[in-house]
Design a protein around this ligand. Structure first.
Ligand SMILES: [Mg+2]
Length: 198
């Protein structure tokens, strides 16, 4: 059973009004181009101006975020069962902190794009492994986007695609699909108890 679970934030732990179409329009980013990587390729001044604008919009959107169903209970139960919990997001530190100040999730480690190379680069997940002293097969990474699953695969960890109420979806080749955090938590806690022989 996994000794650590790391979650993506937007679309995985929180539902927010963060609208990538609006971001793209305001930042003049073509459809399909990854936002952070596109900005990186711009001339320095334009890049600085647009990164600032992106951060302002992210922080504003974070104020309207709501937790996905059963997230609080999941964090409490898994923490009580001794599982390490983390968040790894391409969002900025200020927006992430705004969310965490609204919903006190007991995460052991939170990495944002200021802390690690952004997904799909595996850098962030490798940091969780080394900070927690875990082997890749002891860590599960949960996300709702192609970059999450790709990042997990590149780090060699187990991956779960979060499909909230979706009937038809692409799981991007994830090892498992989570539809409901309450059921996932129950299964995980039961497996941990069995393993401990309780
Ligand atoms: Mg996401």
């Amino acid at each position: 059973m996994w000794k650590g679970v790391v979650f993506d934030m937007d679309g995985t732990l929180i539902d927010s009004p963060l609208c990538f179409r609006t971001l793209r329009e305001k930042l003049e980013i073509p459809d399909g181009a990854p936002i952070l990587e596109h900005l990186e390729g711009l001339p320095a001044q334009e890049r600085a101006r647009k990164e600032q604008l992106l951060e302002e919009m992210e922080v504003e959107f974070a104020g309207g975020a709501t937790l996905m169903p059963s997230v609080s209970r999941m964090f409490e139960s898994l923490k009580a069962a001794g599982v390490r919990l983390g968040i790894f997001t391409r969002n900025c530190r200020a927006a992430t902190e705004r969310v965490l100040s609204m919903y006190a999730l007991p995460a052991d480690l939170v990495l944002t794009r200021e802390d690690a190379l952004p997904k799909p680069h595996p850098d962030g997940l490798l940091r969780f492994l080394s900070r927690w002293g875990l082997e890749p097969d002891q860590l599960l990474f949960v996300g709702d986007f192609r970059f999450d699953i790709e990042c997990g695969r590149r780090a060699g960890v187990q991956t779960a695609y979060y499909a909230r109420g979706e009937r038809e979806f692409d799981d991007f080749g994830a090892d498992m699909v989570i539809h409901d955090y309450a059921a996932f938590t129950e299964e995980m806690v039961r497996a941990i108890r069995l393993q401990k022989g309780a």
